[in-house]
Design a protein. Structure first.
Length: 94
């Protein structure tokens, strides 16, 4: 997932970046492994700039927390796979 995200951003930046305005996308990686409180704190660290979205993890417990962070921060949550059966129950309105 990480290598795919890096490749996608590299290709998007080669096409002109954000809205083709030469503003490059940046991938901020954060280790979200840990206790629930630490995981939430670490997930929110990546959004201290002009964050556009959160790319989730395969771990169900950490994705469960990250989707709550995305909901609170009002950003999109992207995830390619997850083991949390309640993940899709979070109704993010955007």
């Amino acid at each position: 997932m990480l290598q795919g995200a890096r490749l996608a951003l590299e290709q998007a930046n080669a096409r002109g970046g954000y809205l083709r305005r030469k503003i490059p996308f940046e991938l901020v990686t954060v280790n979200d492994n840990g206790l629930w409180g630490a995981s939430a704190t670490r997930s929110s660290h990546g959004l201290q700039g002009p964050g556009l979205s959160i790319l989730g993890t395969i771990d169900g417990a950490n994705s469960h927390i990250a989707i709550r962070v995305a909901l609170k921060a009002e950003v999109v949550m992207l995830n390619t796979g997850d083991t949390d059966p309640t993940f899709i129950e979070t109704n993010i309105p955007w």
